[in-house]
Design a protein around this ligand. Structure first.
Ligand SMILES: Cc1ncc(COP(=O)(O)O)c(C=O)c1O
Length: 442
């Protein structure tokens, strides 16, 4: 049956409005789920002729694939009936014990019972948000923050309040102020979400003295801390920092991941939570996925017990350090004088600020045309900031491509500045808010 009146908000393409016939049916929480506006561009950015400094995918080329393949084959042959079966929502006991060893490298003494294994730390983020957030609750996060976390918070209708960072990470005084303002407004702050080490996207690390101060501020305000630490073992000099969790076990939920230190495609991460919270997380995990993937857990467990995983992490550190050095050297050599950027000592990302008047989102199509891609800064804020910033990833491209990408980006910026001098600033665009993560932008 045809009707003159389109169902729901379905309209013709010429109006430019939403074509989704189910629009009126969605729950309110689905409103916060918006596809990345730059997703279409990423399809182009992934063409081989484009140097992508956008993607946050770990570089797996150094993994010993042959011996991993042999281990996986032997796993299936010997333990296939367990490996291919449902497991418990809590995660495999043997793996939980090994995770304790991994976390001890950053000073954490956790108990295997208090660990919940998840399908990547992204799922742990989802579970934590699910059990703590009612619509309208406030999450405090660094500004900028991880796009995947902002997407999760939006999908549970949290309100994100960003707190400023400087070269030493989250600024304690700014946190104090944000909490005071929220309290004065009668808003309920549930937790601080922080990425203390080699932050995504900021590339900065939280100063050790500030760690204690921030924990104290949160404790006094009755606010939990969610510490997201996928990059903590990727310090370029092999350095580690004391985890927040190691300093205040009762008030910190720690999220860890094997995505950056082993294999992101296996989707194995975890949460270490205070005991009572752990119980809720297991129930939430059961409701979400029944159990995290057993085969993946067994592969990780086998890898940890048969491979020199710490040696592998060292070689990842060296590989990423070389890439960081190449990116920073290129920026020093080619970028216009008014650009500034962070100098990470670990992780995957550099955060660059461009001259006043340049809008990195508006510039993105011109950059892709010039065969270089980055992620515009606004995606990393829930409130429209970040138009003068961009995230540059050095994790994936080869050294030559990093050099070439920076050269191309510098040319685009010079042209943009020339336009600015001639015609004045482009109209400022406001972010449509946090977007769902994709492997391209993670
Ligand atoms: C800060 C941060 N947290 C969490 C994740 C998700 O990691 P996982 O692969 O463990 O889900 C990422 C991935 O890029 C990340 O950068």
């Amino acid at each position: 049956m045809h009707s003159e009146e389109p169902e729901g908000n379905q309209v013709t393409p010429s109006t430019g409005q939403n074509l989704d016939p189910h629009l009126k049916r969605y729950a309110a929480r689905a409103e916060g789920m918006t596809a990345s506006e730059v997703r279409a561009l990423f399809a182009v950015a992934n063409r081989p002729e484009v140097v992508s400094l956008a993607g946050g995918m770990p570089n797996l080329a150094a993994l010993p694939l042959d011996s991993i393949a042999a281990e996986v084959a032997s796993l299936i042959a010997k333990e296939g009936l367990v490996a291919l079966q449902y497991g418990s929502a809590h995660g495999l006991p043997a793996l939980r014990e090994q995770i304790c060893d991994v976390m001890s490298l950053e000073g954490i003494t956790g108990h295997p019972d208090d660990i919940v294994v998840t399908a990547g730390s992204q799922m742990a983020l989802d579970l934590v948000t699910r059990i703590f957030i009612d619509p309208g609750d406030v999450v405090i996060a660094e500004g900028p923050s991880y796009v995947g976390a902002l997407g999760t918070f939006a999908s549970y209708q949290a309100q994100v309040v960003h707190v400023e960072m400087d070269a030493a990470g989250l600024v304690p005084e700014a946190l104090r102020q944000a909490l005071a303002v929220a309290q004065a407004q009668g808003r309920r702050v549930k937790f601080l979400y922080t990425i203390p080490n080699f932050q995504n996207p900021g590339g900065v690390t939280l100063d050790v003295i500030r760690r204690a101060e921030i924990l104290e501020i949160c404790r006094q305000a009755g606010v939990l801390v969610v510490e997201d630490n996928p990059y903590g073992l990727l310090g370029f000099e092999g350095q580690t920092y004391p985890a927040l969790r190691s300093m205040d076990p009762d008030n910190v939920i720690y999220l860890g991941s094997f995505s950056k230190t082993f294999a992101s495609g296996l989707r194995v991460g975890w949460a270490l939570a205070p005991h009572a919270v752990r119980e809720k997380l297991v129930l939430a995990a059961e409701a979400a996925v029944l159990s995290p993937p057993v085969l993946s857990q067994m592969i990780v467990s086998r890898y940890l017990s048969t491979h020199d995983w710490q040696g592998q992490i060292k070689s990842f550190q060296q590989m990423y350090r070389e890439r960081r050095d190449t990116l920073l050297a290129g920026l020093d050599q080619h970028m216009p004088a008014d650009c500034t950027w962070t100098k990470p000592d670990g992780g995957f990302f550099v955060w660059m600020t461009v001259p006043e008047g340049i809008d990195t989102k508006a510039m993105q199509p011109r950059a892709v045309t010039a065969r270089v891609a980055y992620v515009p800064g606004i995606g990393f804020y829930a409130d429209g900031f970040g138009s003068r910033q961009m995230r540059l990833s050095f994790c994936f491209p080869t050294l030559d491509r990093i050099r070439e990408g920076v050269r191309r980006l510098a040319v685009v910026l010079e042209q943009e500045m020339e336009l600015l001098r001639t015609f004045g600033p482009a109209s400022r665009r406001i972010s449509s808010g946090p977007q769902t993560p994709s492997p391209d932008t993670a």
